[in-house]
Ligand binder design. Sequence first.
Ligand SMILES: CNc1ncnc2c1ncn2[C@@H]1O[C@H](COP(=O)(O)O)[C@@H](O)[C@H]1O
Length: 351
Amino acid sequence: MTAEPVSASFCRALPKVELHAHLSGSISRETLHQIWRQKKNEEPNLPLEDPLIGMPPGKMQVDIVSFFPLFDKYIYSLLNTASSIRSSTLSVLQDFADDGVACAEIRTTPRAVPSSNITKDDYVSIVLDTFAAFNAEQDKMHARLILSIDRRNTLQEAEHVVDLALKYADKGVVGVDLCGNPLRGDVSLFAPAFSRARRNGLAITLHFGEVAESGRTAELECLLSYQPARIGHVIHMAEDVKKEIQRRRLGLELCLSCNVLAKMTAGGIGEHHFGEWRRTECPIALSTDDVGIFESSLSNEYYLAAKHFDLSKSDLVQLCKSAASTIFGGEEEGTRLAKLLDAFVASLSAQ
Ligand SMILES: CNc1ncnc2c1ncn2[C@@H]1O[C@H](COP(=O)(O)O)[C@@H](O)[C@H]1O
């Protein structure tokens, strides 16, 4: 591989693996705008502001407190019909594929839309049908689904998410996640739900230590007792917890721009904890979290990592391999990714 510095086009061409992306947070501003325009045509008195004005591209200032209400108060009001859920899902998949993502495990929280007679089950089925149609149409990117339990859920709601994940496991659901506002909820409630998910073969990923308040050892030990294969963000925690993560070699889904822009970490990209974790044996999957909001694509995340941590082209290929080693999508998909990465390296050497 050439020793030239990493370029943006190299990062785009790299066959990448996206393992931590929230579906509704990954919708581009332009797609939200189009959905808004269509609704506004149908309903001129629509009380919602144009997303290009309400969430101005390149000028959004969000922190962990102002971030979550964006979904409940705004984005979900736009995604309230089967057709808007379908078209936004398709645009997210297309955007990841266009960015050179070869494998995407995208998560979403089952959401009922009573005004359109959409149950949580219908929602998952609409999303999965869109994934299936996308996967069938092209061979560049394979998309799988992870269902999220929201920290605000009751145990009964969490059990329903697990029911849906099991019901649709043979249609592309590969795991269960715990997400939502880290300043809310009691994660210990969900033990029976995660235990059932695991007993039935679903892989588990958990948002982990996103803010100091959710980084207390009691909470993190509880989360580790759910036997996650991967954990996301992994910012705030005591040294003993870090050691346990390393002992288990958990897969780490790390989101550079999201954490810096939402001020979940102190300092800039160069101070991100990616620098610390990359010296351990835990596989790392650089991920975008919510590219629709933070506006940094996965290839840009790789570019930023190269720039701020002095990584070479072969370091980035290794990073992709490390992400591929921690997918939930199974051995066959792992082999496909390994071949893609080998072919990518071979094509560079041939140049
Ligand atoms: C800082 N990053 C984050 N931390 C925790 N939860 C997050 C998140 N970003 C997004 N979500 C969760 O994902 C939902 C939107 O996508 P879906 O409707 O599920 O597809 C948000 O409502 C929130 O619960």
